[in-house]
Design a protein around this ligand. Structure first.
Ligand code: PGA
Length: 250
């Protein structure tokens, strides 16, 4: 069955020193969790330091974004080879903040997904609808476009290594979590779509995370849903005690 995956996305928070202090705490409470995977995505500048602290631990490192090229003239970007050399194994791609604030479109996000796979990083493709899209009944069509375009050219073999994160934009950092029923409905839709695009077995093996105001007091009910295989956590990943409670979901 699908192994749960809990990801802490620190976004643009923590200096290198603060990252060191936070990861030192999180590393302790994540020790010995052998039935689930835990990933941390610190700011890029702290990635190497966080990976160093977590060496020989049960927690792995993800980048918050990644370029599609191994190197080159791409000012401001980080390459998959750099992420790997710093100790990273995965990359968050297409986060709604990248889409909305930095205008990354599905085409660019697809290039990033293919680039991550090419260099053997696990892509975590984020998708999600805005409140306006939800209220005008466009949720499923928006998500379908984001998935079909974001995964264009991803082979069945590579799909097995790819993670999808459903993050309704209206739930991110707002304290407004999707209800467990709303989240499960969308996750089931995503899995059905993946079964159409690939095979049923592949769709059954892909991990689909929920993100958007995941907190210690809602993680258990979200994780109990059939098609929710993990969480992508922002705000609550910035405090060791709340993230520790989340990764220890029951
Ligand atoms: P949040 O962020 O947990 O603070 O809502 C989630 C995310 O953006 O990944």
């Amino acid at each position: 069955m699908r192994r749960p995956l809990l990801v802490g996305n620190w976004k643009m928070h923590t200096t290198i020193l603060e990252a060191y202090l936070l990861v030192s705490e999180i590393g302790k409470c994540a020790a010995g969790l052998d039935d689930r995977d835990v990933l941390l995505a610190p700011p890029q500048i702290a990635l190497h330091e966080v990976a160093r602290v977590l060496q020989n631990s049960d927690v792995s490192i993800a980048s918050q974004n990644v370029c599609w090229k191994g190197e080159g003239a791409f000012t401001g970007e980080i390459s998959p080879t750099m992420v790997k050399a710093a100790g990273g194994v995965a990359a968050i791609i297409g986060h709604s903040e990248r889409r909305q604030i930095f205008h990354e479109d599905n085409e660019m996000i697809n290039k990033r997904v293919l680039g991550a796979l090419k260099y053997d990083l696990m892509p975590i493709l984020c998708i999600g609808e805005t409140l306006e899209e939800r209220e005008s009944d466009k949720t499923f069509s928006v998500l379908e476009d984001q998935i079909r375009q974001g995964l264009a050219g991803v082979t069945a073999e590579n799909m097995e290594k790819t993670v999808v994160a459903y993050e309704p934009v209206w739930a991110i950092g707002t304290g407004k979590t999707a209800t467990k029923e709303q989240a499960q409905e969308v996750h089931a839709f995503i899995r059905k779509l993946l079964a159409e695009m690939y095979e049923k077995d592949i769709a059954e093996s892909v991990r689909i995370l929920y993100g958007g105001s995941v907190k210690p007091d809602n993680v258990d009910e979200l994780m109990a849903q059939t098609d929710i295989d993990g969480a992508l956590v922002g705000g609550a990943a910035l405090k060791a005690d709340s993230f520790c409670r989340i990764i220890n979901f029951i």
